[in-house]
Design a protein around this ligand. Structure first.
Ligand code: FAD
Length: 464
């Protein structure tokens, strides 16, 4: 029987990064994946959606080319090619990861894994391999809430929308799409599809900063997206023209027609076939329960990523995987898991890290705020991306940065600087004491942290 110091099950961003780190730390490592390396993130999530968003953004910008002194005639798009390019990006990245797995001398098994006991894992009901430790990183799958009509044709999850030929071939782009959840609205509206968003909470992006929700609401409405909030979907029906979504919005019955319906509300932990009969670890509502070191109810078995976490994000899965492996190797986890940047890849982009104003109020934390409107940022004007803001919250007395919310171009990159500041307990004064290159979007950070002290150069003086 082959024996390893660590067996990792699942090669999503949580699993494959954990396996590589384990190999770097000198552990003999096996990695088992039943589908493709890269998991949901690379094959059905983060990467394909962002590749499509990039095409969508370019297409929308093409409408403004005259403004930049450029002429393009008859700009059009090829839906099948949009998907083909997305697939090309995925394959390129996947090949790179496969090579890294090999180069790190990790034993890779393209099989379905089933855990037989504390140390034994069976591959496709055949060979059994043994691990001193086992790390579960089996991720999640789309959740289908119990709404009547969810099994109708053309009612899909992101999995089908990204991969099923019925939705990816030429001429398959719907004229009207209804989205339960916010994702994908930017892509489809950019390609001229009429998008309706149905959101159960009182505002879109309910966990984000209130101002960001309101601004995104405005941007999407300006692009012709219909938004229904506080709306509970009751059922979906098929009539002679297509689908009809019935929902109650603030007590009032509504019915909206659509050619396709995308159900993008939540994902459930994936433990299907993971445990052999008679053996399992403790789970709560399908989620594997772990302690702060990612150890499950069985000492030799650890679990990380979407299969365990309330925060289902690729960077969270990777960070947890790396921390778990350092713990297994007897080392201190190298990443601070308290502050997880949250990003929405709309246009303009949205990003947040640390606390929001509402959370500070609820927790009784005295904060001061700095906010810079990107209308005063040169790079934003050059790029015709002047809408948006960067907001920073700092402790009233210590000046230590506690949170940041951004809605602007490159927000999802800039937020890393603010996360670095928060993790390291930096103050606004320290962040203001850094020269940022000009002209860049990140100059907005200088202005926002300076505004905490009412010293931003490109903002009119505050009334005292
Ligand atoms: P996964 O990526 O789900 O990987 C788990 C792997 O385990 C899979 O490959 C699966 O085949 C394999 N597996 C399962 N069971 C077994 C078994 N028994 N044996 C062998 N293999 C098994 N997150 C972000 O941070 N940013 C984004 O922009 C973003 N966009 C997203 C867009 C969409 C449409 C979706 C659906 C998700 C998005 N996410 C995003 C979430 C992100 O994809 C997940 O949080 C991330 O992939 C979780 O990583 P993981 O390693 O825990 O699991």
């Amino acid at each position: 029987m082959k024996e390893y110091q660590l067996i990792v099950i699942g090669a999503g961003p949580g699993g494959y990064e954990a396996a590589i780190r384990a190999a770097q730390l000198g552990l003999t490592t096996a990695l088992i994946e039943r589908r493709d390396v890269g998991g949901t993130c690379l094959n059905r999530g983060c990467i394909p959606t962002k590749a499509m968003l990039h095409s969508a953004q370019l297409y929308r910008e093409a409408a403004n080319f005259e403004l930049f002194g450029l002429h393009t005639e008859n700009t059009s798009f090829d839906w099948a090619k949009v998907h083909q390019r997305k697939n090309d990006v995925v394959v390129k990245l996947r090949t790179g990861i496969e090579q890294l797995i090999k180069a790190n001398k990790i034993d890779f098994f393209n099989n379905s894994a089933s855990i037989l006991g504390e140390n034994d894992v069976q591959l496709d009901q055949g060979e059994v391999i043994r691990g001193e430790n086992i790390l579960i990183a089996t991720g999640s799958v789309p959740a289908r809430p119990p709404i009547p009509g969810l099994d109708l044709p053309n009612v899909v999850t992101s999995d089908e929308l990204l991969d099923d030929p019925h939705f990816t071939q030429a001429d398959s782009l719907a004229k009207e799409i209804l989205i339960i959840g916010v994702e994908f609205a930017s892509v489809f509206s950019s390609f001229g599809c009429h998008v309706t968003i149905v959101e159960a909470m009182e505002r879109i992006l309910p966990t984000m900063d209130r101002e960001i929700s309101q601004s995104l609401n405005m941007v999407l409405k300006k692009r012709g997206v219909s938004i229904h909030t506080g709306a509970m979907v009751e059922k979906l029906e098929q009539d002679e023209n297509g689908l009809v979504c019935h929902f109650t919005e603030k007590g009032k019955a509504q019915a909206v027609p659509a050619q396709q319906v995308l159900v993008a509300i939540g994902r459930r932990p994936n433990t299907q076939g993971l445990f052999a009969e008679g053996f399992e670890v403790a789970c709560e509502r399908g989620r594997i329960v772990t302690d702060e070191n990612f150890r499950t109810s069985v000492d030799s078995i650890y679990a990380i990523g979407d299969v365990t976490s309330k925060i289902q994000l690729a960077h969270m899965a990777s960070a947890q995987g790396i921390c778990a492996v350092h713990t297994i190797a007897g080392q201190k986890p190298p990443i601070d898991l308290r502050y997880v940047p949250g990003c929405i890849y709309t246009d303009p982009e949205i990003a947040s890290v640390g606390i929001t104003e509402d959370e500070a109020k609820q927790q009784g934390i005295p904060v001061k705020k700095g906010k810079f409107l990107m209308t005063g940022n040169g790079r934003s004007l050059i790029d015709e991306q002047e809408r948006g803001f960067i907001k920073v919250l700092a402790h009233q007395e210590t000046d230590v940065i506690l949170g940041a919310q951004l809605m602007c171009s490159r927000a999802t990159d800039i937020v890393a600087e603010l996360a670095t500041a928060i993790v390291n307990g930096l103050t606004c004064a320290q962040l203001a004491g850094v020269i940022r290159p000009h002209p860049t979007f990140c100059e907005g950070v200088t202005e926002a942290v300076e505004d905490v002290h009412a010293m931003a150069i490109h903002l009119a003086p505050k009334k005292r």
